[in-house]
Unconditional design. Structure first.
Length: 318
């Protein structure tokens, strides 16, 4: 039985982050070490059209902090070829509308933040598990921020592959719960972050009214109608991500850890694919690393005992 709502659906996302306390805590986890938001106000999510064709900008959540910054929070499940351009265009509207009529205005702008949860890869050719992209206006030569009034943060959910045990900061606690909520029996990390008690209360299906449950069911149906067509492709994509991580990081670090030369421990592609398919089923790569390390230990033992070992580990050796 599913205990919690699915937070990646439109209605589920807005129910969770439409709660001020939860949104403030998430934003502070995202901006940890930089600043602390103590309050915010939700604004109208639909702006007036600025184009001749009457096009309007519609945000999932649009708010203003206690110190005046504007923050746009969006959840995007469907991949878009020009999504980064779309995000830039819509954020620009929040800058442009700050203009004041008259000669007294000196272009003193309020900072605008765009926080984008994306349930697809922005760049499929980019390997790795770095799931959070923090974009700012910087001086390319020095790397220093040139203007702090415009900032975008993209959270690429498919890149987050950490197990519960691998999470080690507040942002990772949040993302783990959001990605796994529809499978959890209780919210994780409540002992480390008190706000998750509130998250459990807000997200519990037992606390929904009949009307809210009907809206959830309809939203869940729409979500499934879309993702049932891409689930296989996504699973394949995550397997490819794990394969790249194994080849680039997990395998190369094993020889030194087990006293081997690099030439003594090699894996064929079919061996790595078999390990991923047959031995590691969690979303992260902790299990994959353990299986590769296990093979490394066996290889090191055979070499120490002067036994034969395969120059390249293949599927049939596993």
């Amino acid at each position: 039985m599913v205990v919690f709502i699915h937070p990646l659906t439109d209605w589920g996302f807005k129910r969770i982050f439409g709660d001020k306390e939860l949104l403030i805590d998430f934003l502070n986890s995202l901006l940890e070490g930089e600043r602390v938001i103590t309050d915010l106000s939700y604004l109208n999510t639909e702006s007036q059209p600025v184009e001749s064709d009457g096009r309007k900008t519609v945000y999932d959540l649009y708010c203003e902090t206690d110190t005046g910054e504007y923050i746009i929070v969006e959840m995007q499940n469907r991949g878009q070829t020009c999504f980064k351009d779309r995000a830039l265009y819509y954020m620009s509207q929040s800058v442009v509308k700050q203009a004041q009529k008259g000669k007294g205005w000196r272009f003193n702008l309020t900072a605008v933040y765009g926080i984008y949860f994306v349930n697809f890869l922005l760049d499929k050719n980019e390997p790795g598990e770095h799931f959070c992209k923090d974009i700012a206006l910087i001086d390319k030569r020095t790397g220093k921020v040139f203007n702090n009034k415009f900032r975008q943060i993209y959270i690429e959910l498919p890149r987050f592959m950490k197990s519960e045990a691998d999470c080690n900061n507040f942002l990772e606690y949040w993302i783990y719960n959001l990605l796994n909520m529809n499978k959890l029996k209780e919210i994780s990390f409540k002992d480390r972050k008190a706000i998750f008690d509130r998250l459990e209360q807000i997200a519990s299906q037992a606390n929904l009214t009949d009307e809210e449950r009907a809206r959830l069911d309809e939203d869940w149906k729409n979500y499934n109608d879309f993702f049932n067509t891409v689930d296989f492709a996504r699973d394949e994509g995550r397997a490819e991500e794990k394969l790249e991580i194994a080849k680039r990081h997990l395998v190369p670090q094993q020889p030194e850890e087990h006293g081997l030369d690099k030439s003594q421990l090699k894996f064929s592609k079919d061996a790595l694919v078999n390990i991923i398919d047959e031995y590691t089923h969690e979303s992260g790569v902790r299990g994959l690393e353990k299986q590769i390390a296990k093979v490394a230990r066996v290889t090191a033992k055979k070499i120490a005992m002067e036994q034969k070992y395969p120059a390249t580990v293949k599927k049939e050796h596993l």
